[in-house]
Design a protein around this ligand. Structure first.
Ligand code: GLU
Length: 478
């Protein structure tokens, strides 16, 4: 077998890497690793009207965060440079020209206004929106003259009127389209940029891509690509079209129902290994139903033909659960360094050492004590803030007003108690009994007063860490 070379070819037209593209990246990455091949990233930035500033940078940085470092990319370079389509315009133009010369493409001089009118008319008469072939009929000679005169043109694919175009998809089997239903696709635009179709075919061929693994939304484009391979005398790569991720209601994953940008998951405190693991379970299962596995383990057993074509549901609650499991797989030491970086990157002030109001002289030691109290409950890194923020900063406000009488009982008991779990518990229970209050209620008021919230880590252990002085100061300030 030829060397396996896979790629993702994102367009920098969104904020960042779409989670669906992260899914495709995972499969391409794993497939390449499995076959000791190469995984590359090509930036398809030929739609100049849709470019988003900073998008390419964000895409590459999200891929890096996910751990899908490409062997070749615009940043890294490689033997098939450049990997950014806007830097390869000359190449596309040459192939478009070649197609015209071989009679498989033609110049089209129709103005945008004429095309808009044509589409309107087609819509009115319920016809499919397809180019009507006006310029296809022009004689070569008159086309040449128009080009020489400097008329603006595009180059269109001359799709045969008869026959079918077929390709094999390793997930879905043979897929055929009747040629008469395929539009005479524009290949080269009047601004000199290729369309997606020309760019993708030329580059996948020149970059020696062996397997094209991409989302199913590209299936209807593939027959056009197959024709191009044929007309240029090239052998097409192997195709695999992945099912699209769905919202739990089965609709296409969309911004309105689910966060779609990888940077959101990063900011929210998901671990890249959990995101990778969860994405891997979309439409594919690890042998024997194993749920938690690393990308390296996946590489060993993965077979792209085992991907199911049915729509996988991307359920963020399930991802959160999995993320929690990954958090608990870390040692406390590891998690402390991860949290350190996370808090710094996300500028979580309440957890920032410099702004801590508690008398924390040794932040690291303090973290070591706090972590075991909250680790069990954390599903994301961000949740550390809501669970443990009170250790570092006095709560700005309480979740609800507290009962001052019960709080007074707690305060008195604590003032006279030694500062350890058992002594504090005994003192509070005894004081509650004396005043005919329920110990449970006293503990609850104490919790709300000190932490600001009615749920959180174990209370007395928390007070031990917080210390007598800070605890009493919080109680007296209410
Ligand atoms: N530029 C296309 C995209 O935005 C690439 C599709 C493909 O993989 O062929 O996803």
């Amino acid at each position: 077998m030829k060397q396996v070379r896979t790629r993702i070819a994102p367009s920098p037209t969104g904020e960042d890497l779409h989670i669906g593209n992260a899914y495709t990246a995972l499969i391409n990455y794993v497939f390449a690793k499995k076959h000791h091949g190469k995984f590359l990233v090509r930036i398809e930035d030929t739609d100049r009207t849709r470019l988003v500033e900073g998008s390419e940078q964000n895409i590459l940085s999200s891929l890096h965060w996910l751990g899908f470092d490409p062997d070749e990319s615009p940043e890294k370079g490689g033997p098939y440079s450049p990997y950014r389509q806007s830097e390869r315009l000359k190449i596309y133009k040459e192939y478009a020209q070649e197609l015209v010369e071989n009679g498989h493409a033609y110049h089209c001089f129709c103005t945008p206004e004429r095309l808009a009118q044509m589409r309107k008319d087609q819509e009115a008469s319920h016809l499919p929106p397809m180019y009507d072939g006006t310029c296809r009929k022009l004689k070569t000679q008159s086309s040449k003259l128009k080009v020489e005169k400097g008329e603006r043109y595009t180059i269109r694919l001359k799709v045969p009127k008869q026959g079918t175009s077929t390709f094999r998809d390793i997930i879905r089997g043979d897929i055929s389209f009747e040629n008469k239903l395929i539009d005479d696709q524009v290949l080269l635009k009047s601004d000199g940029y290729p369309t997606y179709h020309l760019g993708v075919v030329v580059d996948d061929h020149l970059m020696e891509i062996s397997h094209i693994i991409r989302g199913e939304e590209w299936i209807s484009s593939t027959p056009k690509h197959v024709l191009l391979y044929q007309f240029l005398g090239w052998t097409p790569p192997v195709f695999a079209h992945m099912p699209l991720l769905r919202n739990p209601d089965k609709s296409k994953l969309s911004k309105r129902k689910n966060p779609v940008w990888v940077s959101w998951y990063r900011r929210e405190g998901f671990l890249p290994e959990a995101v990778r693991n969860y994405l891997a379970t979309m439409a594919w299962s690890f042998p024997k139903g194993k749920e938690l596995f690393s990308t390296e383990e996946m590489v060993k057993v993965f077979d792209v033909a085992h991907i199911q074509a049915t729509a996988p549901v991307f359920d963020i609650e399930k991802l959160k659960w999995m993320n929690g499991e990954y958090i608990r797989m870390k040692t406390d030491e590891e998690l402390i360094s991860i949290l350190d970086v996370y808090m710094l990157q996300n500028n979580l002030k309440s957890l920032n050492k410099q702004t801590a109001v508690t008398k924390i002289s040794d932040y690291k030691m303090q973290m070591k004590k706090i972590l075991p109290l909250v680790k069990e409950r954390m599903k994301t890194l961000k949740e550390f803030e809501s669970l443990a923020g009170f250790f570092f900063e006095r709560p700005k406000e309480l979740e609800r007003p507290v009962n001052n009488i019960l709080l007074g009982v707690a305060e008195q008991a604590l003032k006279g108690s030694e500062w350890n779990h058992d002594a504090m518990e005994q003192a509070i229970r005894a004081a509650a009994e004396k005043t005919n209050a329920k110990a449970k209620d006293v503990f609850m008021e104490l919790r709300v007063a000190v932490t600001g919230k009615s749920v959180g880590p174990p209370l007395l252990e928390s007070l031990e860490i917080l210390g007598r002085e800070e605890t009493i100061a919080r109680l007296s300030s209410i």
